[in-house]
Structure formats: C-alpha cells, structure tokens
Design a protein around this ligand. Structure first.
Ligand code: SGN
Ligand code: CA
Length: 514
C-alpha cells in the first residue's frame, strides 16, 4: 500500500503533471492576426506573384487556406482597422476616414475575448487617433509611425524611441509579450505592421534585393481613363503624383530638395551610411541616363517596385519569426494564424500607386488562415467575404457569442468546408474626399461577377463592370443598352444592402434618384 500512497502523493504534488505547453492543449484556440499596411495581392506568391518576396506567407498558405475573394468595405487604413475591431461598417462604427477619431470604448471583439478569459494585445500600427481599449497589453506606433528608429507609445501614454527597423521591432515586442503572458490563458494578439506603407523605406539588408529585377509594366499602366471620371481626376499616378525625392529617395529632386535628406535624419550613422551608399549610387546612375518622358515614368515604376517589394521581404521574414516562435513553443496546433492587410494596393495598374477606389486591386485584401484543427492545408477559398465578417468569425472560433449589433457574418462554416456561401455580394463605401490623392466619394456592390459603383459629390455618376470579361475594369459599361436589365437588378440589390446595413446616406442618394 505504500506504493499506492506514493503514486497518489505524486499525482497531487504534480510530479506527473504535464509540462506547461501540454496543459495548454485547451479547447479554446489562440488567435494571432498579422495585419500589414497596403500589401498588394499582386506581390504575394500565394496569390500568384513570381517575385519570391513572400516565402513565409506562402508557407502559411500551404499550411492553411488562401481566400481569393476577401474584400474591405472601405479601402483606407483607419476605416479598415475600425471594421476589423467592430465587425461594423464605417457609418456605424463612426470611423469613415483617416481624419476621424475612433471611439475606442465601443464594442470591439478583443474586449469580448478578454471578458471570456483571453489575454489580448495590439502591437504596432494602430492609427485610430485614440488609445486602444479592450487589451491587456498594447504598444502602438504614433499615427503612421516611422520605418527607422520608430517611436512607440506605451500603456502609460509614454513614448519611447526604439533603435532599429520598425518591422523587426514590432516582432520583438510581440515575442516579448508572448513570452511574458499568462500561459494558463488563451491569447489573441494583433500585430500591426507598418510595412509596406508609403514611402517604402527598406531595411538596409534588403536594399539590393531586387537590384537585378526588371519588372514588367502592367498591361493597363498607360490607362486613358476613358468613360471613368473619377479615374481621370485622381491624384495617385506614378507619372504625376509620385515624387522623386519623397517617394524614391532622390536628393536631387528639383521639386522637393528636402524630403529625401529629411528621411535619413532619424537614422544613426551606420544606418545612414548604408542608406546613402545605396541611394547615392541609384541617383548617379539616374543622372547619367538623363531621363525624361516615358523613360522617366518607367524608371519611377521600376524604383517603386524595388523599394516596395524590399519592405515586404522584411515583413515576410518577420512573419517567419512569429511562425518559428509558435512552433518552438508548441503553439502551432492550437493557434489560428491570420495574415491580412488593411487593404490592397496599386502596383502600377491604371498607372497608379495607393488605394481608396472600389476597383479590384485596392478593395481586395489578402486573407490567409492557418488552423490545423479546422482548415484544410493548401486550400483556396473563392467565396466572397468582407472584412466586416472578420470580428464575428474570431468570436465564433473562440466560442464567444456574437452580439446581435455586429453587422458581419461568421464564416466558420466556410473555414470548415471551404465552400459554404456566406454572402451573395459585398458592400463598399469610401468617404475621404476632398483629400490627398483626390479619390471621389463612392459606394457600391460587388458580386462574384459584377460591380456597380455610384460616385457622388459635386458630380454624380455610375460605373458598371463585368469582371469576367473585363477583370482590369477598363470598360465602364454603365451606358451599354444591353446591360440595362442587369444594372437595374443590381441597383435594387444595392438599395437593399444600404437598408440592411443601415447606410442612410447611400440610401438617400439612391432614393432621390428614383
Ligand atoms: C499618407 C500617405 C498617403 C496615403 C495615406 C493613407 N502620404 O497620408 O499616400 O494614402 O497615408 O494611408 S504620405 O506622404 O504621408 O506618405 S493609410 O494606409 O494610412 O490609409
Ligand atoms: Ca493602409
């Protein structure tokens, strides 16, 4: 009997207790959401890019599902983040454009998780003009943040400058938090990376990564914007808007002799030397070529591609670091990992950079999910989802009930079977005008095949696209007589969406017209 007593004593004293990571095989999953800033699908391997800039994201896609039709409802930073947090459209969560301040006290999904016993954190770019609420820990970049030696605002409102490259620093802060967290609880961390946001400043080690690459111009690089008034009046072209100094780091920009020099002011001498050695040689080479006209525009495009992609290489490497951490700490099985971005981006399509428009490149966001227990590896999901659906999906995955005020729909069933239809269409509404890049206000509907857009403001006009026959949205078919029945049907659907989503402004515009 002595032996039995010993066994019992051991059980109670914990000698047979499982290691901490094994105890963590809790039924509730952890959630890691990596949200980058302006990551164009066209540059990601999992979405067909051939630049080799995203091996870790592509690996994540191999281990999980790649959503090929995930859309944001308002292609701008702060609105996208506000929707991610609330599961509500901009006009309901109150954040319509980057100038608005987010009411952080409103119902956000991380607070719901926190109340259900999750440890929650937001680390990195936040951009909501208010401090986060509903998080056990946060550390955020002020506003857009800086690529080199960024400041970070801590929970006491204190600002600390961290030496190094922003993308690495955000990863390090995340790993520190993961290490120190209460390991008896499930967690949800949102990692907000600044990259690859303008002005696309690469880490020194990546500066030459695409030196030898010659990028093919998109077929519609020299778009004439025929029949598309808003496209004619935008200010986001590589030809006119993109600056040699501010965007492309040339110190000899006659229009702006200061900003390329200012960009290096935050850097330490080692960073400055690496930076100047590289961009001075680029500048010398440009001067020798005496570029003008189309040759200059195409040189700008090449430089843009090189800088942008180089910042995504660091982003991708850092995603690899997070995956490594999860593996080494035996967390990969029970952690849902999501890779997304606050919206897409133009990489020269229509001659543009930036986003904002309801056209495909900017409305489309990357969305990749890995969750070995539920999601089929190496799968593609083509059903439509909107970023209003993200918050309810996370709550559902965590086993937390979805408040009825949330406007999005959980797509857990779609995660499970890869084909469940969640919605027939997605809704869009962009508000920031007049403003930088001059993209007019518009709202609209996108189904799996068609897109109907209503621009409004000083001038009101419509656009209609058949994405099957015109995937690059070059032919506005709104005036095409043969499409009138289709357009009328879509208008009715759009009106129904404005009612369902309680968008009274859009509803009023549509009703006035009839
Ligand atoms: C900055 C950029 C713009 C960009 C907005 C919004 N200009 O203002 O090009 O459209 O951010 O981006 S810059 O001169 O400051 O680089 S967002 O992703 O934050 O919405
Ligand atoms: Ca953005």
């Amino acid at each position: 009997f002595k032996g039995a007593g010993f066994v019992l004593a051991c059980l109670f004293s914990g000698i047979f207790a499982k290691p901490l990571w094994a105890q963590q095989k809790q039924s509730r999953p952890n959630i890691v959401i990596i949200i980058s800033d302006d990551h164009a699908l066209s540059t990601i391997g999992a979405y067909g890019a051939k630049y080799g800039a995203s091996p870790h994201i592509d690996q994540l896609a191999k281990q999980g599902a790649t959503f090929t039709n995930a859309f944001v409802n308002n292609s701008l930073c702060a609105p996208s983040r506000a929707t991610l947090l609330t599961g509500k459209y901009s006009h309901v969560n109150g954040l319509r454009d980057n100038r608005d301040q987010f009411d952080a006290s409103q119902d956000v999904f991380p607070r719901r998780l926190q109340q259900a016993g999750f440890q929650t954190a937001w680390i990195g770019k936040w951009h909501l003009k208010n401090y986060p609420q509903g998080f056990d820990y946060w550390s955020i970049l002020p506003d857009q943040g800086q690529y080199y030696n960024p400041d970070l605002i801590g929970m006491k409102g204190d600002t600390v400058r961290k030496e190094g490259y922003c993308t690495d620093i955000i990863t390090n802060l995340t790993v520190d938090w993961l290490d120190k967290r209460d390991k008896t609880k499930p967690f949800c961390v949102i990692i907000g990376q600044k990259a690859p946001h303008r002005p696309w400043m690469p880490d020194a080690r990546d500066l030459r990564r695409f030196e030898q690459t010659k990028f093919a111009l998109p077929a519609n690089f020299y778009d004439d914007y025929k029949d598309r008034i808003a496209a004619q009046t935008q200010d986001m072209s590589i030809a006119k808007t993109m600056q040699l100094g501010y965007d492309l780091k040339m110190k000899n920009d006659p229009a702006d002799p200061k900003s390329a020099i200012n960009a290096t002011k935050r850097m330490n001498p080692v960073q400055q030397r690496a930076w100047n050695a590289y961009y001075d040689s680029v500048q010398n080479d440009m001067v020798k070529q005496q570029l003008s006209g189309k040759a200059l525009i195409e040189w700008k495009y090449q430089r843009y591609m090189k800088d942008y992609l180089a910042t995504t290489v660091s982003l991708d490497r850092n995603i690899g670091e997070i995956m490594d951490y999860l593996d080494k700490n035996h967390l990969s099985e029970n952690t849902i990992v999501v890779y997304t971005s606050d919206q897409g981006f133009y990489m020269g399509e229509h001659g543009w950079f930036d986003k904002r428009f309801m056209y495909e490149e900017s409305m489309h966001a990357p969305f990749i999910v890995r969750y070995p227990k539920m999601v089929k590896p190496n799968s593609k999901v083509s059903q439509l989802v909107s970023n209003v659906d993200f918050a309810p999906t996370f709550l559902d995955l965590a086993g937390v009930s979805i408040p009825k005020e949330i406007q999005g729909k959980s797509f857990v069933k779609l995660l499970k079977n890869g084909k469940e239809k969640i919605r027939e269409s997605v809704y869009y509404h962009y508000y920031e005008f007049p403003a930088e890049h001059s993209v007019r206000k518009h709202f609209g509907i996108r189904t799996d095949r068609y897109k109907l857009i209503r621009f409004y403001g000083k001038q009101d006009f419509w656009e209609f696209y058949d994405l099957k026959t015109d995937p690059h949205e070059m032919k506005n078919l709104y005036g095409d007589k043969s499409k009138q029945a289709l357009i009328t049907a879509l208008k009715a659907k759009l009106l129904a969406l404005t009612l369902e989503n309680k968008d009274q402004l859009a509803e009023g515009i549509l009703k006035k017209e009839n």
